[in-house]
Design a binder for this molecule. Sequence first.
Ligand code: GSY
Length: 175
Amino acid sequence: MAVRAYLALGSNMGEREQQLVRALKALQAAPGITVTALSKVYETEPVGYVEQGAFLNMVAAIETELPPLALLETVLAVEQELGRVRTVRWGPRTIDIDILLYGEERIDLPHLQIPHPEMTRRAFVLVPLADVWHGGPLPFWGQTIEACIRLAEDAKGVQTWGTLDWETGFDLSAN
Ligand code: GSY
């Protein structure tokens, strides 16, 4: 049975928007994954290691037949396929794809934590997630996304950048 999952995508090196598009196309082409909804694309100030360029962040809702570890393998394979480059830990990267939620399952492994432990503190994740979320409180936290955004320290650094045109194969129409 298909499970609804949410993926966060981010890029702050090179052709940021093209890397998001290529990642979405690769995810859509992967066996066992159907991309069902896309958030808007946001330009966001870096959080953590701040001496780096602004990110483009977005969230994709997917339906997947893959169990969580197979989904992780697919996500890592897509990052590799796109030639993921990350020069510094926490630093700039060509593409980053994180699994935020997988149905209502909790996974606590050294290399995979679901729900993503940082997600409710990061407006760069929460604001795009709100675009594709069905409403109601987040599982595990029991709070609405809007309540979490109000507490997120990076909320002011998240600006709408553009939208992906689903009908024309993810062509980007920036502001
Ligand atoms: O956690 C993902 C990588 N990352 C990001 C990001 O995607 N967006 C912003 N705004 N800051 C970030 N810091 C890190 S690390």
